[in-house]
Write a protein that binds this ligand. Sequence first.
Ligand SMILES: *Cc1c(COP(=O)(O)O)cnc(C)c1O
Length: 377
Amino acid sequence: MRPHTLFVHAGAEPDRETGAVATPIHLSTTFEHGPAGERRAGFEYVREANPNQARLEAALAEIEGGASAQVYASGMAAASTLLQSLPAGAHLLIPKDVYAGVRSVAFEFLGAQGIVAEAVDTTNPAAVAAAIRPATKLIWIETPSNPRIEIADIALTAELAHRHGALLAVDNTFASPVLQNPLALGADVVMHSTTKYIGGHSDVMGGALVFARDDELAGRCAHRRHVLGGVMAPFNAWLTLRGLRSIGVRVERHATNARLVAAFLAGQPGVAVVHHPSLPGHAGHEIAKRQMRDFGGMLSAEFAGGRAAALAFAGALELFTNATSLGGTESLVEHRASVEGPQPVTSQALLRFSVGIEHADDLIADLARGIDAIRKL
Ligand SMILES: *Cc1c(COP(=O)(O)O)cnc(C)c1O
């Protein structure tokens, strides 16, 4: 089956007991078993597994082309479970431009477990190759990346990792499974913050790991999730699966709108640079064309007038809401440096845009308000 059919049908069998076409919610925390613990349908206690979680996992595994999937309470619960499952003494490579939470796990928490993390420019294969050590167990990439929308070559990095006995994990949140399937390009694990495009409506938090093989690593992560408790709640799994059903049409529209918005912004006075791989001048344009079906709904822009211009632009918008997160139907804008705490890593001149599924003309008219505002500075 083709992806757009899978988005609708994966994990969507009618309920066996009632025939319900829409997936029922099972909120039960416990499941009847026999006197010696014999399970009726494989379930025992909600922290280990439950029917809504199982349906979502089956769907995500099929959609990403994996052998198995695990859903978590959040994207960070998924990412940290994988990273913390590395053995003591392991060396880990993460990108320089990466989701801030992943950077925190790598540098604030993994050290205590004897895991050494190192940030490298993962858009540069020579830099990745030079950073690999005998102890390197995992290379983590995020493509497109947050917030600079950089592109790493998944197939090339997978080959590099495997040549040195390491695994490749890809944070596929920004592309979504509609636009990019890292396992098919050689990655070993795919991670999603399902809070974003998969949930798709800014109303449910969750995360997922999809494994190329149902092996010892997948087992270790499942065990950690069961014991440490970072599992996705049944209602969240139900909402997330409901969101997933329309991801095909949503992400196509996000990506079309983002191409139009990027092209508009790139030609405006006061806009120094637009980061979106659809633009031929983007460093990752050719790789993105190869490994993605479209260029995605996320972009960022840097303003010649620095912080003042970025804030004036963001403050003038009426349709784009100033808010964090991404991947919902509505358009959002965020001055990342303002929300990154006392020592921001992102340029003060940068705004990040999550382009929604509204009409592109209305979005562009709104952005023209921002351009007017910086012209008046
Ligand atoms: C949001 C996000 C995460 C973290 O996911 P949560 O669901 O917020 O915990 C990780 N990576 C990327 C790229 C994200 O956008």
